[in-house]
Structure formats: C-alpha cells, structure tokens
Design a protein around this ligand. Structure first.
Ligand SMILES: Cc1ncc(C[n+]2csc(CCOP(=O)(O)OP(=O)(O)O)c2C)c(N)n1
Ligand SMILES: [Mg+2]
Length: 550
C-alpha cells in the first residue's frame, strides 16, 4: 500500500522530474516525506516566487515542465506572479500547492483561500485532486497540457488528507509520443507564392522561435533562404551564425533603427510571433504584408492582424517551405544594404570612457566577457531595452528576458536555474537595484547550492525606467528614488563575493575576475541613464521614418 503523496511522487518520477523548487508548509509534509525516499531533489528557496521563476526557466530552457511546490493560502498566493510569468511567457511548469483536508477539516477556515480559483486565470489548467485513484492520470494530463503548444503553467492542489490517504499502488500513466502536425501543403504553397512575389522580404523571429527544439531547423531555414531577419526581444538569439543577415532587435515598437528595414519591407515572415510581447512594429494600412508562422494560429490584435498564416510544427514546416523557395528567390537580399548602417548606430558610444558608465558601454563590456554560449538573464528595468537593442547573440537562448509579463525580480532566479542546467557555461544575471532587491534573499539559495554565477547590479538608486518615462511624459522628477544597502557587504553577508566598479574601465576586468573566481559573485556598477533620453527619445524622434524617405 502507498498513500496519495507516494502516488504523486511516482507520477512525477515517471515524467522525468529531477528537482522540485519550493517552500513547503505543514500541509505538504506527506509529500515531503514521499520525496525523501524518491530520486527527486527538493530545492528549497527563500520565497515561493523565486521557486516559481526557477521552475518556469527550467521549462523555458528544456521544453519539459519545471515543478514547484508551496503550501496553501499565503505560499500558494506567492506563486501568482510566477504562474503569470510562465503563462504569458509560454513556459511549461507544474505548480503543486497544499490545502487543508477536504473530507474532514478541524481547522475551520484558518488559512483557507480558494487557491484553484485564484490560479484559474493564471494557468492553462487548475485542478484540485479529490481522490488518490485519479492521481496517475491527473499528473499525466497536467504534464501533457503544460508541455503541449502553446506551453504554460498547470496548477494541482493536493489537500493534506488526500496526500496522507492510503491507496493501492496504482501504476503511473506512461507518456505517449506526440508529433505535432506539419503545416497543410495548401498553406505552404500560398506562403511560397507570396514570398516569391515579394520585392523586399524580411523575416521576424518572435518568442516561439526560441523554443529549444526549434533552434537547428530555424537556423537551417534562414541560411537556406538567406532573407535578412530581425527579432523581437524574446526571439533574440534564435538563429545561430546568421550575423550577416541580422538586421537588429525590435525593442521599441517604432522609429528605432531596425524599423528602417521593417518600414521598407513589403512582406514580413513572422516566425513564432506571440502578441504577449510589446509590439515589435505596428501593423496598419499601407504597411508590409505579414505571414504568421506558428505552432498555433495567430491572435488578432489592434496592432497585429496577419494576412496569411502557416500553422504546424514550425521546424519541419519551414523545411518544406524552403524546398519551395530555394533557387527561385530573386529578391531575398533586397533589404541587406541597410544592414551596415543599422548596426553601426548600435555601436555608437559603446567604448566611451565615461563614469558612471553608459548603458551602451555596460552592454559592450558584458559581451566582451561572455563567451558565445554564455547566458545572460535580465531582470526588468531600463537596461532591458539597451541589452535587447545592443547585445548581439549567436546561440539560442543566451539572452533570457521577460518581455511578456515583464516582471521585476525574475533575473536572479532565472540565472540560478540556467547555472544549474549549464554548470560549465558562464551565467550572468543583470539586475537593476530595484529588481534585484525583490528576490535578493535567493543569494542564500545560490550560495547553498554551490552555484557558479555572477550577478551584475546596475545602480542608479531609483526605479530608473519609471523615472525615465516620468521625464519623457514631462512629469516632475518626483517619488522614484531610494537608498540601497552596501551591495558588496550585502553579498558578503550571504557568503558570496562582492566587488564594486569605480572606474570606466573597471567593469570588464571585474566581471572577468568574478567568473574566474567561481562561486556566487555580485558586481555593482553605477549607471548613467542620461543616455535614455539622448538616444531613445531625442535621437530617434529626429529620425526620418524610412517609409517617408523611401
Ligand atoms: C513586479 C513589478 N513591479 C513593478 C514593475 C514596473 N516597473 C518596470 S521597470 C521598473 C523599475 C525598475 O527599477 P530597477 O530594477 O532599479 O531598474 P532600472 O530601470 O533602474 O535600471 C518598474 C518599477 C514591474 N515591471 N514589475
Ligand atoms: Mg534602478
């Protein structure tokens, strides 16, 4: 005989789960005991939000659902932001929460909130487990739903009496192979005809282009057709070795240098675009035609309404499309002449020796110390726009950012997960002084786990991005500054190392030394955000829209 929690753990092992991230409460103790005798490691965090961000990042980087665990009420509610991050970001994840007994309950309403209802709008599926007999199927179904396109979070609530209830040793349900259908030949023929007719085609790689299983096929497609491409923020790095075809990243919705190419294009092949992202460009009458390529159909928005779509397993579908195009594309390179001039703007001031450092210089220095396969995980703040625009990526999923929920606080947990999955690669978290402090307690977790990880904090003593928007909108500079701990001492108090950059040329050596030293190392650098307005407002405002000058 087993008990409910044993069946759950066997079902998780059956799904290949190796780790669960979380912070248990007394309602989870049967489950914790079942985990003790299992092959699954319990990774304790210091806040449930960080556990959820880690599980989400596991899902994002592997395509397999990451698993996190919390108690009922307060702990479960701390999962909310992580669930939303995974839902909007299409990251497969299973959230398991406890609950008081549902058959008998001697604690009245103590700590009880309706967690399943709170999770319903934040997940693809939210279910309470009401009987041990259903555990094998419900877990299999949870993983199927979480991992199937479009991936996302699934919530399972395990009440403590069901967890502790005796149950027969039911076998888990084995996962069955799933092949996603390839696009219909009629859709491929239609798309091929549109592309062959286009005079100035351009490829856009969106968030779904970064699915781990797509990297090779996408690179292959772009190289076979040789059409220049740009990417959205979350599509960054999806194509390897395409430097000569890369036209930039659309971190703003209009007027940026990359929009010189977008505005001139007459056809955009939007591969894996997900409208959860801040729009990479605004569709309107007279603009380019758009074909959506995706695992799932396009959503239609005020700013995005594709003219055609090719739905199906993206990699194999693109291979079939390339078969129809190769050797017949006369205009593939039409927009390429814009390449050098667009990218030249991004190099502007990248090596300037000003102190505090400009965001351009910080991005440049980070790129110098990160190998091609190094992984940079961004928190949310002003620097995200700079990294998205200026940081060049050559390997899939080497710049992880959240341009969907765009939550602060995920940078450090995401980097911790990346470091656990790729212990031999350099991993850097880049955080503002605001976002870092939202989950800085996880420095303890990172040290306890013995991770190799560098955390770069950009210090402006402010919620800089909001302060910038305040200035752009001509509001008074008010209410958005704060004080900080001494970050070096703060890092040291966790048993991590810390260093402070206090010269313009000090950042790259400090990062290099931190990586060579190993362990968890925090580097703090003051940032000069006056460039935000000089470049992102004044300079771009004066740029003549390409369509007008074409
Ligand atoms: C959880 C959460 N709270 C608030 C916001 C709104 N917000 C976006 S960026 C930002 C400021 C970030 O400050 P910091 O981390 O210091 O980065 P900076 O912009 O100063 O570089 C805020 C408050 C958010 N995205 N997420
Ligand atoms: Mg700040």
């Amino acid at each position: 005989m087993s008990k409910g929690s044993d069946l759950l753990v066997v079902a998780l092992e059956n799904e290949g789960v190796e780790r669960i991230f979380g912070l248990p409460g007394e309602e989870n103790l049967d489950l914790v005991e079942s985990l003790r005798g299992s092959t699954i490691e319990l990774v304790l965090t210091r806040h449930e939000q960080a556990a959820a961000f880690m599980a989400a990042t596991y899902g994002r980087l592997t395509g397999k659902a990451g698993v996190c665990l919390s108690t009922l009420g307060p702990g479960a509610l701390n999962f909310s932001t992580g669930a939303a991050h995974a839902l909007l970001g299409a990251m497969p994840m299973i959230l398991i929460t406890g609950q008081k007994g549902i058959l008998t309950n001697k604690q009245a309403r103590f700590q009880i909130v309706d967690v399943v209802s709170s999770m319903t709008p934040l997940t693809k599926m939210a279910r309470q487990i009401v009987s041990t007999a259903t555990i094998p199927t419900i877990v299999r179904e949870a993983f199927r739903v979480a991992q199937q396109e479009r991936p996302g979070p699934v919530h399972l609530e395990l009440p403590e009496d069901i967890a502790g209830e005796e149950a027969p040793d039911l076998p888990p349900v084995p996962p069955h192979p799933i092949d996603i259908p390839v696009a219909h030949p009629a859709a491929l023929d239609r798309a091929a005809a549109m592309i062959l007719e286009a005079e100035r085609p351009l490829i856009m790689l969106g968030a779904a282009a970064s699915r781990p299983r797509l990297a090779e096929a996408l690179t292959d497609f772009v190289q076979r057709v040789s059409i220049p491409f740009f990417n959205t923020q979350m599509g960054k790095g999806a194509v390897a070795g395409g430097a000569h075809l890369y036209m930039g990243t659309a971190a703003l919705s209009e007027r940026d240098y990359v929009h010189q190419a977008i505005d001139r294009a007459d056809l955009i092949l939007a591969i894996g675009h997900d409208t959860v992202e801040k729009p990479p460009f605004i569709m309107g009458p007279g603009g380019p035609k758009v074909i959506h390529f995706g695992y799932v159909p396009a959503t239609v928005e005020e700013v995005f309404a594709p003219h055609d779509e090719v739905v199906g397993d993206v990699g194999p579908s693109l291979a079939l499309l390339a078969d129809r195009l190769v050797g017949k594309l006369k205009n593939a390179a039409a927009l390429l002449p814009l390449h050098d001039q667009i990218l030249a703007h991004l190099a502007d001031r990248a090596t300037e020796s000003r102190f505090p450092l400009t965001p351009q210089r910080i991005v440049y220095d980070v790129r110098q110390v990160m190998p091609e396969d190094g992984i940079v995980c961004l928190d949310n703040g002003m620097f995200k726009i700079w990294f998205a625009r200026n940081y060049r990526t050559r390997v899939a999923n080497t710049l992880l950012l959240d341009n969907a929920l765009a939550t602060m606080g995920a940078g450090l947990p995401a980097a911790m997960m990346a470091s656990m999955l790729h212990p031999r690669r350099r991993v850097l978290a880049v955080c503002g002084d605001g976002g870092f402090m939202m989950n800085s307690q996880e420095m303890e977790t990172a040290v306890r786990l013995g991770l190799n990880l560098v955390v770069l904090i950009l210090q402006d003593n402010a919620y800089g991005m909001i302060r910038w928007k305040q200035a752009v909108d001509a509001f008074a500079d008010w209410g958005l500054t704060f004080g900080n701990p001494d970050f070096v001492t703060y890092a040291e108090s966790y048993g991590a190392k810390g260093s402070r950059v206090d010269t313009a040329d000090g950042l790259a050596p400090a990062l290099e030394a931190a990586f060579r030293g190993g362990g968890v190392h925090l580097v703090t650098v003051p940032v000069d955000y006056s460039e935000n307005t000089r470049v992102l407002v004044d300079e771009l405002r004066n740029r003549v829209p390409a369509a007008a000058s074409a």
